[in-house]
Design a binder for this molecule. Structure first.
Ligand SMILES: Cc1ncc(COP(=O)(O)O)c(C=O)c1O
Length: 390
């Protein structure tokens, strides 16, 4: 008999399949093994100095009381202006914006407010592992819709339609996607939104990597004029602004949903950390500094992407598609046999390179490598990966 009998609330909650691997990497590092860590889901660079200073200033000015549950007005207004400037939405109403402790909390609140027992939520795979986990916590059923390498990991309307039932209430979109970097083109995004609208399906669009696109910009749901009322945009500061530790994300959607998410947030976290919100307001609100920061980051990532693609093109038993966005190479193992979890473990033990296996993303047979690291780190990693795969 286990010591603790947990409640049905967490009955379907599982520990991450990669925790053991991460623990192993930490242990090796502690033993002095120089592990090249390409497993992280974040850019390994500092936050914009002008934004960090704004956060410090907020503390020094005594802005340390409880912030409003929905977020401080400065940030909600900055988000609305930023979306107005960088999408085709035109004017965005700050009242439609709620700030949370990262996209993760905003998405959780949104799913918890919208979905429950008996509902199905479509999740194209490969997916960010938190999507099915969050849908499960809400009591709804995630329904995985396979995309696949041949389709460039893009969901098709036909595949979504094939997965739709009378219980389908939602669709989680992520473009550019983690782990694949796939960018949903404007026309396809429009088709998906029109299909969802026709069937009364909520579309929750996680656009946290939107500004990190190589070549063509990544369209937002706010670029699609005919998007329906049941569309929620989610974005945050963790990737394009290198501010994951600030824990700021936001959702923009219909007023009644935003109010319900605020009620939920008011009874759980009371909202996001105040000084972080002022830092985020500066990061989004200082337009010239913001765009300069993103341009620099994008140019750095573009050249790392080239270095990585050149490296992978030389390798035998792993191949990587050029990612159209985000921070990752999603390599396909061409040798059937061992699971990608096993291969990731061997890569760590034999070549001292940490990566993420495909299993938690719903696509065994792949490995994810973060390329948003220092160039020497990436080059060393590629050399070791090439040595391992031959
Ligand atoms: C697709 C996706 N959404 C959301 C997040 C988490 O964002 P946040 O740090 O804002 O909670 C991540 C982080 O890895 C991600 O990859």
């Amino acid at each position: 008999m286990p010591l603790t009998q947990f409640s049905p609330n967490v009955a379907r909650l599982e520990a991450s399949a990669t925790l053991a691997l991460a623990a192993r990497a930490r242990k090796l590092k502690a033993q002095g093994v120089p592990v090249v860590d390409l497993s992280a889901g974040e850019p390994q660079y500092p936050a914009p100095a002008f934004a960090a200073r704004a956060g410090v200033r907020a503390v020094e000015e005594g802005k340390t009381g409880y912030p409003p549950t929905l977020g401080v007005p400065e940030l909600r207004e900055a988000v609305a202006r930023y979306l107005g400037e960088t999408t085709a939405a035109g004017e965005v109403d700050p009242a439609a914006v709620i700030v949370g402790a990262g996209v993760k909390q905003a998405l959780f609140n949104c799913c918890y407010a919208l979905f429950g027992s008996g509902d199905e939520v479509l999740v194209p795979s490969p997916y960010w592992p938190s999507y099915p986990a969050i849908v499960n916590i809400a009591g709804a059923d995630p329904v995985v819709v396979e995309t696949g390498w041949a389709a460039g990991f893009l969901p098709s309307v036909a595949a979504l339609e094939a997965a739709r039932t009378g219980r389908t209430r939602g669709l989680l979109l992520n473009s550019p996607g983690n782990p694949t970097g796939a960018v949903i083109p404007h026309d396809l995004l429009g088709d998906i939104l029109r299909w969802a609208e026709r069937h009364g399906i909520w579309v929750l669009s996680d656009e946290i990597y939107r500004r990190l696109a190589y070549g063509r910009p990544s369209p937002s749901v706010f670029d699609i004029a005919e998007r329906g009322e049941r569309t929620v945009l989610l974005d945050g500061m963790s990737k394009a602004f290198c501010m994951p530790g600030f824990r700021i994300g936001y959702a923009v959607g219909p007023r009644d949903l935003i109010r319900k998410m605020s009620d939920l947030q008011g009874q759980t976290t009371s909202g996001a950390v105040g000084p972080s919100q002022y830092a985020a307001a500066a990061a989004l609100g200082e337009t010239v500094a913001r765009e300069a920061f993103i341009t620099d980051l994008l140019s750095r990532l573009s050249s790392l992407r080239e270095v990585g693609l050149a490296g992978f093109s030389q390798m035998g038993s792993i191949e990587a598609l050029p990612p159209a966005g985000a921070l990752y190479f999603y390599g396909r193992l061409t040798d059937a046999g061992a699971t990608s979890l096993d291969v990731a473990e061997r890569l760590l033990v034999d070549a001292a390179v940490a990566c993420m296996p495909g299993e938690p993303f719903g696509s065994p047979g792949h490995l994810r490598f973060n390329f948003a690291v220092e160039e020497e780190v990436l080059e060393e990693g590629l050399e070791r990966i090439a040595g391992f795969f031959g």
